[in-house]
Design a protein around this ligand. Structure first.
Ligand SMILES: [Mg+2]
Length: 212
């Protein structure tokens, strides 16, 4: 059954599924970063998601904002590097925007992405078109804003589609920030590894909410 909204416990289970999906994708994320950067993105994300799973398994979350924020803090304290800072900020600032909500719904998804994307752009300094995770995140945020009245599973599906399209479009960009900024035109032809992670995160959330 497609979900209209998730409880706190279901939100924990959804984010645990996100962690599993990122851990499983380590080889492809490492490859994506090797194509344009230093190749550490997959292992960094894997280490972060192992810390996230340990934190989520402790339980005791009163509201959904606390779950997302705990995920962000676990990533920040375990990953290190630019990815730890910006992906940790996505979940911590996105969570903060949910302010004590006891359920996660399409309106919450839009709030999460607004707070999270603003946080990432402020912290990392990238804007759309720089060939970073922002190129998947910002289209996802716009899609979520248009989907606030849909059931959560449908809102997440359109958000994930936008993130995937953003990831694919990042192939054609010349990097001006982030892992590939020194490559110039040689960065054309590969998607940004952070944008790949963003697409996996929202597709996994969508699949969870659709009940698959
Ligand atoms: Mg790297």
């Amino acid at each position: 059954m497609a979900k209209q909204q998730l409880s706190v416990d279901e939100t924990v289970a959804m984010l645990d599924a996100v962690a599993d999906a990122i851990i499983a994708a380590e080889p492809e994320l490492s490859e994506a970063d090797r194509n344009l950067g230093d190749g550490d993105h997959g292992l960094g994300m894997k280490r972060g998601m192992e810390a996230v799973k340990a934190k989520l398994s402790e339980g005791g979350f009163e509201s959904v904002d606390k779950v997302f924020m705990a995920m962000g803090m676990a990533m920040m304290s375990s990953m290190g590097g630019a990815s730890g800072a910006v992906f940790g900020t996505l979940f911590r600032n996105g969570g903060k925007a949910l302010k004590g909500s006891e359920t996660f719904d399409a309106a919450g998804l839009a709030e999460f992405l607004k707070g999270g994307t603003e946080g990432v752009m402020t912290r990392g300094g990238a804007k759309p078109g720089d060939k970073t995770m922002v190129d998947a995140l910002e289209p996802a945020q716009k899609a979520a804003e248009l989907a606030v009245s849909l059931p959560l599973s449908e809102a997440l599906d359109t958000t994930a589609q936008a993130a995937e399209a953003g990831r694919d479009a990042s192939k054609d960009l010349i990097a001006t920030m982030g892992r590939a900024k020194t490559l110039g035109e040689a960065s054309i032809g590969h998607p940004d590894a952070g944008a790949c992670s963003v697409a996996i995160i929202f597709r996994t959330m969508a699949t969870f909410a659709a009940g698959n």
